[in-house]
Design a protein around this ligand. Structure first.
Ligand code: NDP
Ligand code: HSE
Length: 398
């Protein structure tokens, strides 16, 4: 019998409990997995196993029978201190906490390796989608040249509700919160910070160096309007919040999070609702796409439990240090070339003077036009568009 504990009995932690309580993994692992203790600050007097709950972390870290702990409480503190103590005590930890992985991942992975235990975080990116393991193992023969992903379920759900059902932003957000998709502070979702932490984790894995999310320019979906969506449709595209990173020939990394126009010919454009998708481009494989539910109780718990099952089945074998504590050098974002979709009330002559002979869309909003530029460095574009006046969105290259 493998005894495990759960830290944080919320959306994800509750899902982890349900899976281990309702399913037997005896055939897959050779032993039953039992939830022996649950840490939460709330009381659960009506829970059928209320005796499992504790408010004292020491009850878990000092329990020699518990070998694996699922950390699903979220936030940096005390999750960081708890995780460190558990690894130091020789217990493996699995987590859905991307903020913790993006901030302290290399330190915790190194500690786990020193202690001969595992620190696993499949659920930290893309909810239930297998993407961490494929990058860490199946794609090893490749240099990962580019990652482009829809990495936040809440914002993709909101955009889908607004586009498909004409829902108001606030109503769609409230619905996402009610379904358990959103972060405790949903600003992390709608302002892009959650997607930023996830692209930082994926990029760290892809490069082997620490990608500090505070160095990634990040924009959320707050400024996307229904008129932008109408223009996107005219252009045979959809608007998606994209986490993007690219290894540049000089060894630097470019990364950003931003709403982007995605052509219908690119599979990411068809990813709707709470679904996420990550397109990874390897130098030998070309593009591969990982797709599935990016948030929610059962989908996320499925990934946390898979990590627990892996540890129970395969033991706390050598923990790979997936990326170093050294930071990668980031490319100056203003040097990166993009095409941009622009909306402006400026005249044709001025537009042509600045951006060449672009095709103008003049039948979506009266008094303005929309157009797509050719590839242009961000700094040159921003200078030109500031003179022209208007709003803009990046266009994802195929
Ligand atoms: P919830 O807020 O639903 O659950 C967290 C639980 O942990 C709550 O019950 C909370 O209690 C408890 N908790 C918080 N601090 C402590 C503490 N110091 N000691 C004991 N218990 C504590 O969050 P989620 O389940 O949604 O998310 C958990 C983590 O998983 C987060 O890092 C999140 O980003 C990540 N995640 C979430 C997904 C989702 O779809 N929800 C998907 C993928 C990842 P209380 O409510 O009383 O504060
Ligand atoms: N709030 C996150 C999202 C949870 O909506 O994607 C999954 O990481």
């Amino acid at each position: 019998m493998a005894k495990i504990a759960i830290l944080g009995y919320g959306t994800v932690g509750g899902g982890v409990y349900d899976i281990f309580n309702n399913s037997s993994f005896l055939k897959k692992t050779g032993e039953e997995i039992e939830v022996a203790k649950i840490l939460d600050i709330r009381d659960f007097p009506d829970h059928p196993q209320k005796e499992l709950f504790t408010k004292d972390f020491n009850d878990i870290v000092n329990d020699a029978e518990i070998s694996v702990v699922a950390e699903t409480m979220g936030g940096l503190h005390p999750a960081y201190e708890f995780t460190k103590s558990l690894l130091e005590a020789g217990k493996s930890v699995t987590t859905s906490n991307k903020e913790l992985v993006a901030t302290y991942g290399p330190e915790l992975l190194t500690l786990a390796a020193q202690k001969g235990v595992r620190y696993m975080f499949e659920a930290s990116v893309g909810g239930g989608i297998p993407v961490i393991r494929p990058i860490a193992s199946c794609l090893q023969a490749n240099d990962i040249e580019r990652i482009a992903g829809i990495l936040n379920g809440t914002t993709n759900f909101i955009l889908s509700e607004m586009i498909d059902k004409g829902s108001e932003f606030e109503d769609a957000l409230a619905d996402a919160q009610q379904r358990g998709y959103a972060e405790r502070n949903p600003a992390a979702d709608i302002e892009g910070h959650d997607a930023c932490r996830k692209i930082a984790i994926l990029s760290s894995m892809a490069t082997g160096y620490f990608v500090d999310y505070s160095n990634i320019p990040t924009e959320g979906i707050c400024n996307v309007s229904l008129n932008d969506v109408k223009y996107a449709e005219k252009l045979g595209s959809a608007i998606k919040l994209i986490g993007y990173s690219q290894q540049m020939p000089d060894g630097t990394l470019y990364a950003c999070v931003a709403p982007m126009l995605v052509k219908k010919s690119i599979p990411l454009s068809g990813v709707c609702d709470v679904f996420n998708a990550v397109m990874v481009r390897g130098n030998y494989l070309g593009d591969a796409m990982f797709y599935g539910r990016g948030a929610g109780k059962e989908a996320t718990a499925s990934a946390v439990c898979a990590d627990v099952i892996d540890i129970v089945k395969n033991g706390a074998a050598k923990c790979p240090i997936l990326w170093e504590t050294d930071k990668i050098k980031m490319m100056a974002p203003e040097e990166k070339e993009w095409s941009y979709f622009v909306r402006t009330s400026a005249g044709k002559e001025q537009i042509n003077e600045m951006f060449g002979d672009v095709e103008l869309i003049d039948d979506v909003v009266s008094g303005e036009v929309g157009f797509v530029t050719s590839l242009i460095k961000e700094k040159d574009f921003v200078q030109a568009v500031n003179k022209l006046g208007g709003t803009y969105i990046k266009v994802l290259e195929a």
